[in-house]
Design a protein around this ligand. Structure first.
Ligand code: NOJ
Length: 552
């Protein structure tokens, strides 16, 4: 296990600031709201629906990429970091969206994709036009191949989406892409790349944004010798404790980059933040990304991946809190995003199902009722934990994964690159339902939707849940309001029970209990039941797969 983090090296006073307590809502622009009826969500659509987020009670939004892009990976292939793709609107629409969000008290975080550009980016086009060894090629990772005529890739690395991580260009060189062929990896050892990204950061900071979610933050620096890895590549496994560190992930050199970015952000007014998307384990290794002079937060994917059992949840919660406490950073919590099966479906799969990404037509289907019940219990548990929490659009509606998408509708590059063996992530990206009886359930003014919405989604529409006691939407609103009123984000958390079937803890004046076991358990003693993820049983006890909040 690599744990070169020591208290002396990294511990600081616990961080303060809005972000240490924030609930941040992920907007996936393609699927949030479509203003013009072309079936693709857009920035004016987001602006028009900001009232929903203010009513829900979140503190900030994070938007997945909306930059010009050929959309080879749904916008995570950026052709121009300083503009808006016409699919989503214009730069002025981004300015309006930022201003309107601020007017409603919502902070705005944008996605930054520094590991790779699109192959349509002017730099990559210049690299293709230039000769091997030219300065244009040195912005990317070009190498000669192996074997006779260099016809074999330079090493054995695989793309996260399947197939080799190298593509050959007509003059015989190969370029590295840890993701799709249309996403060439940048060479972060080249100072020009560093200067360019500092400028991109300034561009958006000057437009008033509050921070960046940094895509593949653990991937920018590769081991210098590009040594063979000999292991399969997986998006969900940056680094596991019992394996050597992969040569393409979590290299120590990445931290210098984030220190420089942090200095730039700190030179701006307000509290602008950096959030790492880093699939790094163990938690101590992830904590290095949020040392006091680096990023502010890192997504806690170990928590997202933890099994729905009391011991697994207890272990991941305590490990996460300890790791981030050691560097004075807030812990983050997340259950869903645009890369994994929505937790309302994931938790309806058999416990311990190893890979949460992609359920296909022929795969065993989740138990929808069980999944939603556990998802509500998991969310109520998560929102009582100290730190910052991330929500993914639609989870406040209890939205399930679309698990029966026809193959011809699939757009995730994983589907094609895996030779149609991995279904990919489209099922969690389907446009969300707002109004049960409107075309495209109110996603847009027409029936158009870039991924088909299942007919069962009418019942999840916002207008079927708003003001309805016991609905998932009202549960989220209540939890977010109580979380704020009781300062739950500040903790500290004190365990009362960590057995095999029940978890219970105190946070401020609240007692929180989740029952994972088969038998019902008594409601903790207290003055008042403030929230429950499902009705208590007829004897007033807490049934299986339910979380309650009680004022002590
Ligand atoms: C992580 C993003 O969340 C995912 O959607 C994307 O495919 C990869 N990074 C590559 O940019």
């Amino acid at each position: 296990m690599n744990t070169d983090v020591t208290q002396q090296e990294t511990a600081g006073a616990p961080a303060t600031g809005w972000w240490t307590e924030a609930v941040i809502y992920q907007i996936y622009p393609r699927s949030f709201a479509d203003s013009d009826g072309d079936g693709m969500g857009d920035l004016p659509g987001i602006t028009a629906r900001l009232g929903h987020l203010a009513e829900l009670g979140v503190d900030a939004v994070w938007l997945s990429p909306f930059y010009p892009s050929p959309q080879a990976d749904a916008g995570y292939d950026v052709a121009d970091y300083r503009d808006v793709d016409p699919l989503f609107g214009r730069l002025a629409d981004a300015d309006t969206m930022i201003a309107e969000a601020k007017a409603r008290g919502l902070r705005v975080i944008v996605d930054l994709v520094p590991n790779h550009t699109s192959s349509a980016h002017r730099w990559f086009q210049a690299a293709l036009a230039a000769a091997p060894g030219s300065p244009e090629r040195q912005r990317y990772v070009f190498r000669a191949g192996q074997g006779a005529d260099g016809a074999e890739p330079p090493n054995d690395w695989q793309s996260v989406f399947g197939g080799p991580a190298w593509t050959r260009v007509p003059d015989g060189q190969w370029y590295l892409h840890l993701f799709d062929t249309g996403q060439p990896d940048l060479n972060w050892d080249n100072p020009e790349v560093r200067t360019e990204f500092l400028d991109v950061l300034r561009f958006w900071l000057d437009r008033g944004i509050d921070g960046f979610r940094v895509d593949v933050a653990h991937g920018l620096i590769k081991q210098a010798d590009l040594a063979n890895w000999r292991e399969p590549q997986e998006i969900l496994s940056g680094n596991e404790a019992d394996k050597p560190r992969p040569p393409m992930w979590d290299q120590d050199g990445v931290h210098e980059i984030y220190r420089e970015w942090r200095q730039l952000l700190d030179s701006y007014d307000g509290e602008r933040i950096l959030v790492a998307e880093a699939w790094v384990e163990p938690a101590e290794r992830l904590a290095r990304y949020v040392r006091p002079d680096e990023m502010h937060q890192a997504f806690n994917f170990e928590y997202l991946l933890a099994a729905w059992t009391a011991p697994a949840q207890y272990a991941v919660i305590t490990r996460s809190l300890e790791a981030t406490d050691s560097v004075g950073a807030p812990t983050t919590w997340v259950l869903s995003n645009h890369d994994v099966v929505r937790h309302a479906s994931r938790l309806g799969l058999p416990i311990g199902t190893p890979k949460p990404n992609g359920i296909g037509v022929g795969d065993p289907q989740p138990d929808a009722a069980l999944g939603l019940r556990r998802a509500r219990a998991a969310t109520l548990l998560m929102l009582a934990l100290p730190g910052s929490a991330y929500l993914y659009q639609g989870e406040e509606l209890g939205l399930p994964e679309h698990t029966t998408l026809p193959d011809e509708a699939r757009q995730d590059p994983t589907w094609a690159r895996s030779g149609h063996t991995e279904r990919g992530r489209d099922g969690c990206r389907v446009p969300i339902p707002w109004e049960a009886d409107a075309p495209s359930y109110g996603f847009g003014p027409t029936d158009a939707s870039w991924l088909p919405q299942p007919p069962s989604w009418a019942e999840y529409a916002l207008d079927r849940q708003r003001g309805v006691p016991g609905s998932t939407y009202e549960l989220y609103r209540t939890a977010l309001r109580l979380r704020r009123e009781h300062g739950l984000a500040r903790g500290p958390l004190k365990w009362l029970s960590s057995g095999d079937e029940v978890l219970a803890f105190r946070n401020g004046e609240l007692t929180v209990l989740t029952n994972f076991g088969p038998a019902s358990v008594p409601v903790p003693a207290g003055a008042e039941l403030l929230a429950t993820s499902a009705p208590l049983d007829k004897d007033g006890r807490v049934p299986t797969d339910v979380t309650v909040w009680v004022r002590a």
